[in-house]
Design a binder for this molecule. Sequence first.
Ligand code: ADP
Ligand code: ZN
Length: 764
Amino acid sequence: MNINPHHTTQRQLFESEPSWCSEQTSFGVVATVVVSQGVEKPLDYIIPERLLDAVEPGRRVRVPLGRGNREVLAYCVAVSARELPQKPLKEILAVEDEHPLLTPKMLELTEWMSGRWMCRWGEVLEAVLPAGVRLGTRSRETLHVIRDNASQTPSRAPSASQARVLALANIPHTIEELTAQANVSRAVVTRLLKTKQLMTCEGSVQSASRREVRHDRPEMLSDSQQQALDTIIHSMHSGRSNTIVLFGVTGSGKTEVYLQAVEQTLSFGRQAIVLVPEISLTPQTCDRFRARFGNVAVLHSHLTAKERHSQWRQIAAGKVSVVVGARSAVFAPTPHLGLIVIDEEHESSFKQSTAPRYHARDVAAYRASAEGIPLVLGSATPSLETFSKCLSQEWIMVELPQRVAGARLPSVLTVDQRIRSDYSCGAISGRLKAAIDWALGDDGQVILLLNRRGFATHVQCRSCGYVARCPQCDVTLTHHQPGNRGICHGCGLVLRLPDVCPSCSTARLGLHGTGTQRLEEQIRSFWPGAKVARMDADTMRTRGSHERTLDAFRDGAIDILVGTQMIAKGLDFPGVRVVGVVQADAALHLADFRAAERTCQLVTQVAGRCGRGIVEGRVVVQTMSPDHPALKAAAAHNYKAFVEHELPLRKALGYPPYGALVRIVVRSVDSRAAEIWATSLADSIRQELTTLSLPAGLEASSAPRVLGPAPAPIARLRERWRWHFQVHGPDGEQLRAALARVFLRTTVPDNVAWMVDVDPVEML
Ligand code: ADP
Ligand code: ZN
């Protein structure tokens, strides 16, 4: 199918006048292509006559590249009939895809992304298309069937056996599964297929989880829920693209608003995309979408390339109404998109940490605006970028200040960790111990957050002060059990730790600091009768481990759940009486301007896991900085107070959201080379910034400037020395244009590598 009207006219022009083209050799039909590696610029090739019908934007083609005419795969991004340049163009060799992989709209999006995040267009194209699609991994799976929700209600009521099948077929099953589970003959299923109450689909669009979940639609929305929903629906009808931010405390019913907004979208015959920070950490949210809407595609990171390809094709064919997934689901090829929702929009996982370093929130805003549809962002702790857009009335904020159904927010107690006398049980203060005893005594459950994995955070000699470090990074080793292992959290290297100090040869190496392993051990020894589980990157390595642990927790098979920040997301368990934050300021003093924001968000989020039931919950926050505004605000359930404190600080320094920030990291095995090149690049950029014209009345602090270069906080990683600097400016577009001009005339020495991160969320 040819969707590009521009292209159609050109081809018709050519087809109607073939002689015009062959006589005038200076005219021809040219394809502009982008290669994923090597050349950054789009390249022009002439389309030979035999391929004229096949080459179109969005399909891939094979082209000769470079002096040796190496054959490479490239994305066709445009086709036009025009005068040919003096220097003859090379010819396209072959067409790879039967159909375009990308619509003109998606091509436009990827081009915009490459400018927005200063990365190669080819790189973006590769990121947008799942590997299975690019490799053409065709799925030859067993046929699945699913309920056909679009079908007319049949005149006769279904028989009992038909009803059993239909109830199961809300999610895809093989025919064998259906006959076995509903205890019916194959003929019952065949009949339902014939009467179009069931339809076939290519394999499971769901992830493996088939738990029975019921999340009934509540009879009435709360006033603030209704207001939020009305705002979204109003925006849908207006045909304008508004961004609506649901600023609602944990448990205020945001997910219910998303569900009903999606319901509206489907009633217009359109699809919805719902982004969540990480699928495996939010099984409950996914279950609720699945339970409410039949054909939901859950884009899980554990899917095989084949499964992804199959889903992608079903989505592109319009067979899926709701797509739930992490960051990359924002590229789902829905043919009639009607709504994008981003849950927990403040999460930094929405920004990709490898090139292309895009932020899914910005991509969603672009896509929503291009399609003229609403974008809904939800969080109990919106990012300051989002918050400030609402304050300036660019985006619409709807507050949901109360929990639904009368549940109350838990009371929060702060424990000052500087007063050591309060420590009775390792890392657990007397206050927290009392709270845990109270919860367990009442058959309640406990969540303990400690955002450091491993047993001890560092290994140090008590005699000479030697600290065990990674041989290839500037990172201290974390002690992990079992075995006397030292693991580098920078590069993942695992070493056996020595028994005696390599520096002074005494056997006085001590384990300092507490990680989740040690905390778990302490909990087990203080509460020997309690069932304890740990949830961190070390225990959650296998597929399905999150779901198993969360299921066990919900079923009461776990009393105390110890974990890193992965326990702070999306869990809604009524049995949780106590949440303990073991060391709230663990990340507060990192060299990152967002450290306070992150800490306030994490503590607020984890505290919100508590008191979802009828009985009130308690939160105990242990910290060395009880007076820090981030922690005071989290303890008072007053995120707004934190925002009001933090925004002026950002403004004074010209940090986001008040200015754009680009971070450049230079790496080399040779420390001098990294420093020299970082310095010279920073100097060229400084020079270029002096040429920028600035809006009148701009404060000196927000004028474009370069901070650094300096060694990065992790000064060496995987044997590469790292230098970094930051470029600030009030206008992101102007700043990126200036940088692009510098990069164009820059040549990189062979022994140096570098990366550009626009709007970084990671500063280490
Ligand atoms: P959030 O996403 O803000 O944390 P949820 O949508 O998960 O909030 O709502 C919290 C709980 O309250 C859920 O169990 C949900 O089913 C229930 N709930 C939501 N809205 C209502 C309502 N209007 N009436 C009754 N219960 C509701
Ligand atoms: Zn290392």
